[in-house]
Design a protein around this ligand. Sequence first.
Ligand code: R5P
Length: 284
Amino acid sequence: MYVVGGSASRLLASELAKCLNAKLAKIEVKRFPDDECYVRIEDDLDGEEVFLVQTAWPDRNIVELVLLQDAVNEFEVSSVATVVPYFGYARQDKQFKQGEPVSARALARIIQMQTDEFITVDVHAPSVMGWFDSTSAKDVSAYPQIGRFLADLGVDMILSPDEGRWENAKRVAGVVGCGADYLVKERIDGETVAMTPKSLRAEGKRVAIVDDIISTGGTIVKAAEQLRRQGASKIFAVCTHGVFAGNAIERLEPVCDRICTTDTIENPKTCVSVAPLIAEEERE
Ligand code: R5P
């Protein structure tokens, strides 16, 4: 069994290889002078069960993913599972205005053409899974692993920054063994959100705001401001996918005591691996 890790997911690929007791394939990835991507798998994958791991964001990593799938399929592999830990474009899961693409569906169609199995983590819109109609598809949840991490930090309240993620917050709180609450959020534009003030009973508490994605950081900043005003003693910002667009980390650091993400997108705030959860799912 081999794990092939694309350049966006080297850390996770290596952890997954350990968890699956598989070999980590040697690969070469480089860019030509015109920025086109070149990949080569140096090991012989004939007869092997292969897990290909590559986050589908930003765009250049999607091209690398497709080339790696093609390279894997040039071998006589026994099976290939494509692990896309962060499925980009999942926020465009429908046509909001006439003339737009359903971007997540377009991506799903491309990925499923070259794989026997598709695995992702905390996909933003569950409808995405329905577009994998010619291959088996699994959406693995990072929240049990996030819960274990927060239990070690002595967190005593979980806050969802919007109602949409309330079920996830309750799930994390169940693992930690603490209470949970949620805020009501309205998105004004891509970078601005408004939050309805709410009494959170956060006085003296160590609170973790848990979301699926941190992008611009606007959502977490607003939630952290409410917690600070209401006397939280510590504020942790935690998510599955740390996109951190633009200066998000600089916006978040002054209002959060700690920022933590999983390794679905490798970034300076990665501190939880989803590899054990993916391996567990595969063993079932
Ligand atoms: C929204 O539905 C998501 O769950 C996140 O809350 C959102 O993507 C975060 O974006 P930002 O960090 O830009 O506020």
